[in-house]
Design a protein around this ligand. Structure first.
Ligand code: GLA
Length: 720
């Protein structure tokens, strides 16, 4: 999968359908020669002929034919004449920030190394993947960069990260230390990103690249609602099914940058990594810094192909633990049903009704601890509010009914009105001489500190070890401001944000090791921290607090650009925008559950819920292991939206159609994707039989199905 051509001095990384080619130029410059559709092994030498000098661009003192400014630099640095965005900027004791990395060596080996303390893609078997490490070094500062690349045999993904080591005698400061750079020889691309806000996450935006800088970032301390750490570059005119598309995703849950820069030669550079604003890391002699991992995908089959590569990869190489393969319990969550207003009997009544409906787990959301009856108090006091709750009786009653039991935490937060804050006011995130800002009535707890983590973990264990709890929802309900830690010396204050994220990872790592059977679901005011970093610890994330099924279509379509159905928390709520059938059909595209008071369902609604529970079981494997095809996007059609899941062997498919808005003519054509053209499929609902070719090339004419505002229908296709 990875080969070195000694004569050409090229390194070639192959995935099943893509190639990534590096060139080691005279002088030791590492260049990115190609990334795209798979190339035959012998066709590489012309790639190195790209122009590498230009007027006004400084040239290498030893090679006047080479300027970093116009070369496709694989890991561009600051101060040596490449005026585009840098991946690395290092400040030394003499005040200089010039860095110049040159090739030293490389090695290729089976398997994939872990990234200590950081989430990352993994292989269970070394034969599934191969890794290339290229060592570069600055001859003056002796800063060493090891660029680490892994390719997998079962998906078109390249994972990249960088290990930076100070081999000099004096300390240096990393001012920018990004994870990946890709230089493309054209600007004929659209940049696609996912912007959002609370209750409106991951909205797709597509804009043509222009000269200069464009992109997204987070400085909020979390990956955030505002921008997901994902972007795609789609060749101009590329569609859901056609054209070249590059996908970029960062396995990180904190401040990030994802920037595209088009220069005067119309080449495009895409960099991603930790946001350099508010970042600085001191490296003492001999110390190393490891960047988060970047995930790159190339697809020549449009956005759909890109998404399916991410999905296959994350299902196989990111999600871990028991719940990776085990069927997730169908849950009911108390939040929208009761908010803070519950007691033991009310929750038992939810469980009793849920049991009658076939639901498998009750989740007790916010409001069970300290003296919390609203959001003004008690975060940090993770002991049971005994005035409100008899947790022992609750858990045993729920378990006696045959249901599992789950509980809510918000471990990185602290209420000013809490015993924890009164005992340790310096444990909240803060900077000297300024009162911390407040958001949702809460401060942020400084989990960059080991003593703070110890306290929170001990409190969590006291509950989780005393009661047989099956599931934890881990929430995070504000962004960070006045970001600093009482323990960090001023010269290391720029390390705070990253140390905070490492603290979260350390806590989640410890929790999942201590309780390997626990199902962990991350959440951040809905989907404010929906990223591969969190998915390394929790196999599912609550997608959005917005459970309106029509709004959810955009959110789920956007989320699916990068993330598989198996990780998207999707629930049916009491929201009355549509009937229960549509709410269920939309929530089936996810982990599925309920967010309502089951005592309030009418007899008819109860029957619908029972049908949905059966459908959940019937389609579970197809949705969780099948391939997603987005058929009609809510971004492109204001009236109808459709998607399908196709089994990997193409013997079965489930098509869902939602009529968002009624039209005068309700007739429309739906062309399916991903089927076997030569197979005949029976539509289970009608008994009609069609060839895969007809369904994909001619399409089906639909009219009566999903005719009115907010209606939906499903077609289950089974191969003959
Ligand atoms: C966040 C979550 C909700 C719920 C509340 C509880 O907003 O997204 O699902 O857990 O917190 O306070």
């Amino acid at each position: 999968m990875i080969t070195f051509n000694e004569k050409n001095r090229t390194l070639k990384l192959d995935t099943p359908c893509t190639s990534y080619v590096l060139g080691i130029r005279e002088g030791g410059f590492l260049l990115n020669l190609y990334y795209g559709q798979k190339l035959p092994d012998d066709a590489l030498w012309p790639l190195a002929r790209r122009h590498t000098s230009a007027s006004f661009s400084p040239c290498d003192p030893d090679d006047p034919s080479f300027s970093q400014d116009v070369a496709p630099m694989e890991y561009p640095t600051n101060g040596r004449g490449d005026f585009r965005v840098s991946a690395l900027s290092v400040r030394t004791g003499d005040g200089s920030s010039v860095t110049d990395l040159r090739y030293v060596s490389h090695r290729i080996f089976a398997g994939k190394p872990d990234l200590p303390g950081l989430p990352h893609l993994y292989c269970t078997d070394a034969s599934q993947c191969e890794t290339l490490e290229v060592t570069l070094r600055d001859p003056v500062t002796l800063v060493e960069a090891v660029l680490v690349y892994t390719v997998f045999c079962d998906c078109d993904v390249i994972a990249k990260h960088v290990r930076l080591t100070n081999r000099g005698e004096n300390s240096v400061k990393l001012e920018t230390a990004l994870s990946s750079c890709l230089d493309l020889p054209s600007m004929d691309y659209d940049l696609i990103t996912l912007w959002g806000r609370h209750a409106k996450e991951r909205q797709l935006e597509r804009r043509p690249l222009g000269h200069g800088l464009q992109g997204i970032q987070s400085k909020r301390g979390a990956s955030s609602h505002s921008h997901n750490p994902f972007a795609a570059l789609a060749q101009t005119g590329a569609t859901e099914t056609t054209g070249d598309v590059y996908g970029f995703n960062l396995v990180y849950s904190g401040n990030f940058t994802l920037t595209a820069e088009v220069d005067h030669n119309a080449t495009t550079r895409v960099v991603m990594g930790i946001c350099p604003t508010d970042f600085c890391w001191v490296l003492q002699s001999g110390e190393s810094f490891v960047t988060p991992e970047a995930v790159l995908v190339f697809s020549s089959e449009g956005l759909g192909g890109m998404s399916r590569s991410f999905h296959t990869c994350y299902d196989a190489h990111l999600i871990r633990g028991r719940w990776k393969t085990e069927k997730r319990p169908l849950l009911i969550n108390s939040w929208e049903a009761a908010y803070f207003d519950f007691d033991t009997d009310k929750l038992i009544s939810f469980a009793e009704r849920a049991k009658e409906l076939g639901i498998e787990m009750l989740v007790m959301d916010d409001g069970w601890f300290g003296k919390r009856n609203d959001d003004t108090t008690s975060l940090g006091d993770w002991f049971i509010n005994e005035k409100k709750l008899d947790l022992g009786r609750l858990v045993s009653s729920v378990h006696a009914l045959g249901l599992k039991f789950g509980i809510w935490y918000e471990p990185e937060m602290i209420s000013p009105d809490s015993e924890l804050f009164r005992a340790h006011p310096d444990w909240c995130v803060h900077v000297p001489n300024r009162k911390p800002s407040i958001a949702r009535q809460q401060y942020v707890l400084d989990v960059s500190r080991a003593d703070v983590r110890e306290n929170i973990f001990a409190q969590m264990c006291a509950v989780l070890k005393n009661y047989p709890i099956d599931y934890v929802k881990w929430d995070f309900n504000r962004n960070l401001s006045e970001a600093g830690s009482a323990l960090l010396p001023p010269e290391q204050s720029g390390e705070f944000f990253h140390r905070f994220v490492l603290g979260t990872y350390a806590l989640q790592d410890r929790l999942t090791r201590e309780f390997p059977d626990l199902l962990l679901e991350n959440c951040s005011g809905g989907g404010g921290r929906f990223d591969p970093g969190m998915l390394y610890y929790s196999p599912q994330i609550w997608t959005s607090d917005n459970t309106d099924p029509i709004e959810r279509l955009n959110i789920q379509f956007g989320t699916s650009l990068c993330y598989p159905a198996s990780v998207m928390g999707a629930h049916v709520s009491a929201c009355d925008r549509t009937g229960y059938r549509t709410k269920g059909d939309v929530a089936l595209w996810g982990t599925f559950g309920y967010e309502l008071d089951p005592n309030k369902l009418s007899a008819e609604e109860r029957e619908t819920v029972k049908t949905q529970v059966c459908e959940y079981h019937k389609y579970y494997d197809l949705i969780h292991t099948g391939a997603l095809y987005r058929l009609i996007s809510p971004w492109e059609n204001a009236f109808v939206c459709a998607w399908s899941f196709v089994a990997k062997d193409r013997r079965e498919a489930l098509v869902t159609v939602v009529r968002m808005r009624k039209q005068e003519s309700t007739l429309f054509h739906l062309k399916l994707q991903g089927l076997d053209p030569d197979t005949v499929y029976t539509v289970e609902e009608t008994g009609e039989r069609y060839s895969g070719a007809l369904l994909m090339y001619a399409g089906l004419e639909l009219s009566d199905e999903a005719e009115n505002d907010g209606e939906s229908c499903k077609l289950h296709l089974i191969a003959q």
